[in-house]
Design a protein around this ligand. Structure first.
Ligand code: PLP
Length: 418
């Protein structure tokens, strides 16, 4: 470790946000993977790039394990970031991987995670994907009656009983969630009121029933909302126990743990959520003794470990306002531009890779010919010139794979675990 050359930052140094601090050297360079940013950028092949700090991912999972009761399984929802190197690293840290396509499934299987700890959710699984999953022996979260028919056929064709769980469209919403995925009419899961009928069909077709998958929503910073959703989900499952073909062995209570993106965001009170999971696990020991409880997290595990880095191509002044034009933008990082489901656009935390005596208010934009290509709207930053590196923090989740990289045919973005 050469940490001695790095000054220990306050969270304020990371662009004034309540985000987990990153170390910064005396010369103002940020440190990633225990090296100066400029060196890591050179090492991966230049800008634009996403850098995921391996140690930060490891530390995040370790912290969470400290907080959670031992019996709670932690799954990685790899749609947050499917970079194969990252998924391989996660496979050594977590208890399961949740995938949402045949493509993700291949990466998860390649990662070394045993098939029995991989599960597959998604509202439109193709016949080929279902066949692939049954053959591999992974758990399928059933989202419609159609899948029961197709899985019966796949099981017959392969001579293996499909392993299945029921994904439920919960009868309530996850309050305060960035993205709601349950309550009301939804394409995800089977409506709670039809679950008994689905369980009967699963039993009749002799599919390998294993349990339930209950995911209420994403990007939530309110512990009380997550606690309420997990408690209500647990209660629903209790009501279905008599209708289950066999006793459930797995109960995936979802997740939705959010991370802060803006100054006013408060960190999620994870200890409070952990206490509630502990209480539910104790009840489960009596009420469904065969069931293992799991949570599935994407963003919370990797979001704060990643940076997006681009280089200033031009520093333009337009009628008194300064624009830093970068070699990367919304086509690599749709979420930072505010166009990935956000209701209100807020700046991601951004910073320049050097420290200057003065600060200035600048807008950070990408190279695309559209006003949507805005990474920071009037942010107060160190003074940058052409050639400087600009860092967007909180970029480890829903970055490269969640962005329209073909839009305007600019070069793609490199992503590396460092
Ligand atoms: C998107 C999704 C996740 C991951 O959500 P995060 O907010 O990244 O934790 C987990 N489970 C399901 C079913 C999802 O659709």
């Amino acid at each position: 470790m050469t940490e001695t050359t790095a000054s220990v930052p306050t969270s304020q140094e990371t662009a004034g946000m309540a985000i987990a601090p990153w170390p910064r050297q005396a010369d103002g360079q940020w440190r990633v993977g225990d090296r100066p940013l400029s060196r890591v950028v050179a090492e991966v092949g230049g800008t634009p790039c996403y850098l995921l700090d391996r140690r930060r991912v490891t530390a995040r999972v370790a912290e969470l394990r400290q907080l959670l009761p031992d019996c709670i399984r932690i799954h990685y929802a790899m749609k947050a970031n499917p970079l194969p190197a990252l998924v391989c690293h996660m496979a050594s840290l977590v208890d399961g991987i949740d995938v949402a396509s045949g493509g993700e499934m291949r990466v998860a299987l390649d990662s070394g995670m045993p098939a029995r700890h991989i599960s597959f959710a998604g509202p439109g699984k193709s016949e080929a994907e279902l066949m692939q999953a049954v053959a591999a022996g992974i758990l399928l979260n059933i989202e419609s009656f159609r899948e029961v028919d197709l899985l019966t056929r796949a099981s017959d064709a392969l001579g293996i009983a499909a392993r299945v769980a029921v994904r439920v469209n919960l009868p309530f919403e996850l309050r305060g969630s960035g993205m709601k995925m349950s309550g009301g009419a939804r394409p995800f899961g089977v409506d709670a009121e039809r679950v008994p009928e689905l369980l009967r069909q699963i039993g009749e077709r002799q599919l390998g029933f294993e349990g339930f998958h209950l995911f209420a929503g994403s990007q939530n910073l309110r512990a009380e909302a997550i606690i309420e959703a997990q408690t209500q989900s647990y209660a629903l499952v209790l009501g279905w126990l008599d209708a289950c073909p066999v006793a459930p062995v797995t109960l995936n209570l979802g997740g939705g743990f959010g991370i802060p993106y803006a100054a006013q965001d408060k960190r999620l009170d994870v200890p409070a959520v952990a206490d509630n999971l502990d209480a539910l696990a104790q009840r489960a020991r009596r009420e469904m003794p065969d069931a293992h409880l799991a949570i599935e997290l994407g963003r919370y595990l990797v979001g704060e470990a990643g940076l997006y880095v681009a280089r200033v191509i031009d520093r333009k002044v337009s009628r008194g306002d300064v624009f830093l034009v970068l070699d990367g933008g919304m086509h690599h990082h749709l979420a930072a531009s505010g166009n990935f489901g956000q209701v209100i656009r807020r700046n991601y935390p951004v910073a320049i890779n050097r420290r200057t005596a003065d600060h200035e208010t600048v807008s950070v934009v990408g190279p695309l010919c559209t006003p949507l290509d805005l990474l920071a709207d009037r942010a107060e930053l160190d003074v940058a010139e052409a050639g400087d590196l600009v860092v967007v923090f909180q970029s480890g989740a829903y970055g490269r794979s969640a962005s329209p990289r073909g839009f305007l045919s600019h070069p793609d973005v490199i992503e590396a675990l460092v």
